[in-house]
Design a protein around this ligand. Structure first.
Ligand code: PLP
Length: 395
């Protein structure tokens, strides 16, 4: 049962999205502390891994200290090597592109499609057919001569990527798929949980996600060799349980038992949280869809979105002001908002990377405003925020 904030209305600041802790969080964290297992081993880590994997319908879950760590490790175990090229959405949080760089590889940035804001499979195909060639069974970028090895579809904002065309292209061109599902636990693609991967996928349990472990991530796969390698690399690649003998350059990427305890309790509430976030989304949709210049958040017929961060697009011509002016107005009333991310091809660290398109991501970045949608948010507050936004139209 979700208990919401009392009718604080806008007299109190309304955060964008904050964790909701009303289940077994205290109990499980206390158990972890009382057991003495507080660090990077312990029964809650294993229970959390098993529970997340079971929910995602995959055989293995490997817990990590963050989603970024999960993504870095997943890229390495999936065979991404130094100097390879890896396709990734340009409209994403920077960790997706950074992790490719940590692996020593080079991102190729792909624009979003305009309907659901996810990586555009047509541009992926165009890059692979026009800009690449196969030599001795190896796919090479004609301009750089580098091996094109993988693709990272990022399920952004709690909405799935249309995966079938991505996997079709990956099979056709021999690419490995590493799904960045950091923002999409709880979402479904064609009635399958996002994270139920035919390759390898990752979740994040950062504090701003639908469920949190305080911080943390999870690698998901059906492949025993990848699961074993991921566990090995995330635990400093130790070859002997007693002696300090290491067989590779590993990482200190394991999740702590205390965090796993928190994550485990949060996972028990996931379905309830998603259902409530969906009701917030419908409420915003019913109150704002008819306002000239506002586009409410889309959901594909083949998708069940979690509406992780509820995001509007504002067309300044029709609305009368732009997304940043609206953000300032809401900020002045204590209502927290944020835009989508600066597309990677405009960012300082990834700007020099090759890009396919980019205009859609730029428009989405410019027009976007994410508005409060915590599981704690009262539907009365949703009504009030929607009415402030309505009143700002052509104000
Ligand atoms: C798309 C995406 N990828 C990766 C990450 C990295 O996850 P973490 O913050 O747990 O490292 C995040 C979010 O934080 C994200 O939104």
């Amino acid at each position: 049962m979700i208990t919401h904030w009392s009718a604080t209305k806008t007299a109190q600041p309304v955060p964008l999205s904050v964790p909701h802790m009303a289940g077994n969080e205290w109990q499980y964290v206390r158990e972890a502390i009382e057991s003495g297992w507080v660090s990077t081993a312990g029964p809650h880590v294993e229970r959390f891994e098993a529970a997340v994997a079971r929910r995602a319908l995959v055989r293995y879950g490997i817990a990590t200290s963050s989603g970024t760590a999960a993504l870095h490790t997943a890229l390495v175990v999936a065979g991404i090597e130094a100097d390879d090229e890896v396709l990734v959405s340009t409209l994403t949080f920077i960790a997706s592109a950074n992790a490719i760089r940590y692996a020593g590889a080079n991102p190729v940035l792909i624009d979003a499609e305009p309907n659901y804001w996810q990586i555009d499979p047509n541009l992926v195909e165009e890059f692979l057919t026009r800009r690449c060639e196969s030599k001795n069974g190896v796919l090479l970028n004609k301009a750089t001569g580098r091996r094109v090895k993988g693709i990272v579809p990022v399920h952004i904002m709690g909405h799935p990527v249309d995966l079938d065309p991505i996997y079709d292209l990956a099979r056709r061109f021999g690419l490995v798929v590493i799904e960045d599902a950091a923002e999409a636990i709880g979402a479904d693609y064609k009635a399958r949980p996002v994270g139920r991967t035919d390759s390898i996928a990752v979740y994040s349990f950062n504090g701003n996600k639908i469920i949190t472990a305080g911080g943390g991530g999870m690698i998901l796969t059906d492949r025993p060799d990848w699961a074993e390698r991921a566990k090995y690399l995330t635990t400093q690649a130790k070859d002997d349980p007693i002696e300090y003998i290491h067989g590779a350059i590993g990482f200190n990427y394991r999740l702590t038992n205390m965090q796993a305890a928190l994550g485990l309790a949060q996972l028990e509430s996931l379905e309830e949280f998603v259902a409530y976030k969906r009701s917030i989304a419908w409420r915003y949709q019913s109150l704002l869809a008819d306002v000239p210049g506002i586009s409410t958040m889309p959901e594909a017929a083949w998708a069940r979105s979690t509406f992780w961060l509820y995001t509007l697009l504002i067309d300044p011509e029709k609305f009368g002001s732009d997304s940043r002016e609206l953000a300032n107005r809401l900020q002045s009333l204590g209502i927290q908002t944020r835009p989508l991310w600066q597309p990677m091809h405009l960012s300082k660290p990834h700007g020099p990377c090759e890009v396919m398109g980019g205009e859609v991501a730029e428009r989405l970045f410019r027009q976007s405003i994410s508005i409060p949608c915590s599981v704690d948010l009262d539907l009365d507050q949703v009504d009030e925020i929607a009415s402030i936004i309505r009143s700002h139209a052509r104000a």
